[in-house]
Design a protein around this ligand. Structure first.
Ligand code: AMP
Length: 219
């Protein structure tokens, strides 16, 4: 099964992609994560992407398309993947169509996570993650069970993303509405689009996605 999760920053794409990837044995492909890893590793790609990410702008299409093309070619993606944060422009969507067609593969479903705009800034500004295992938390909505200790791996170190500050978030939202939201119409026209209510609690959003996937499997 090959899926895309679509939605603005803060919609919960990463959280839901991780849950669905685990339950269906799919590979989660997050271009944001891959770019952050490149920044951390200090590669040439990372050096180029760092300033763009910190501004909340988009990295050029050809850069992210190349990353995804190479990643999808690896055998662990044969069983299927879930794209989170890609594609983000119509150019990337068209390139994805081409590279899937070239491999005789197709998209099964694009799931749009719908959220109220007003909730996004609060959601993004409060989020942080375990520095060791990457488990996600939020100041208001999801604190670790024992304060200061990661539920998953027990680490006591946490990180906030450099681009999760109020100013950058506004630019990221702007980029979403200008560049990415046209993909909703693009995939609707292809008959691939379904929606879930991203304002529901996290496990309920996961259940809604699971119901959509059950329909795909049954079809
Ligand atoms: P994310 O983790 O998906 O919120 O992505 C973080 C940042 O990485 C974005 O604000 C962009 O600067 C960059 N980025 C991630 N994915 C893409 C993409 N598909 N196209 C362009 N830029 C991207």
């Amino acid at each position: 099964m090959n899926l895309i999760l679509l939605g603005p920053p803060g919609a919960g794409k990463g959280t839901q992609a991780a849950a669905i990837a685990a339950s269906h044995g799919l590979i989660q492909l997050s271009t944001g994560e891959m770019l952050r890893a490149a920044v951390k590793a200090g590669t040439e790609l990372g050096r180029q992407a760092k300033a763009v990410i910190e501004r909340g702008a988009l990295v050029p299409d050809e850069v992210v398309v190349r990353i995804i093309d190479e990643r999808i070619a690896r055998p662990d993606c044969d069983r299927g993947f879930i794209l989170d944060g890609f594609p983000r422009t119509l150019g990337q969507a068209a390139a994805l169509d081409d590279l899937l067609a070239a491999r005789g593969r197709q998209l099964d479903l694009v799931i749009e996570i719908e959220v109220d705009d007003a909730a996004l800034i609060e959601r993004i500004s409060g989020r942080y993650a375990c520095a060791k295992c990457g488990a996600g938390y939020h100041d208001k909505f999801k604190q670790p069970k024992t304060p200061g200790v990661c539920d998953v791996c027990g680490s006591t170190e946490f990180l906030r993303r450099a681009d999760d500050n109020a100013e950058t978030v506004k630019n990221r939202l702007m980029a979403y509405y200008k560049e990415t939201s046209p993909l909703i119409g693009y995939y609707f026209a292809k008959g691939k689009l379904k929606q879930v209510d991203g304002m529901a609690p996290i496990p309920e959003v996961t259940r809604q996605i699971e119901r959509l996937l059950a329909d795909v499997v049954a079809a």
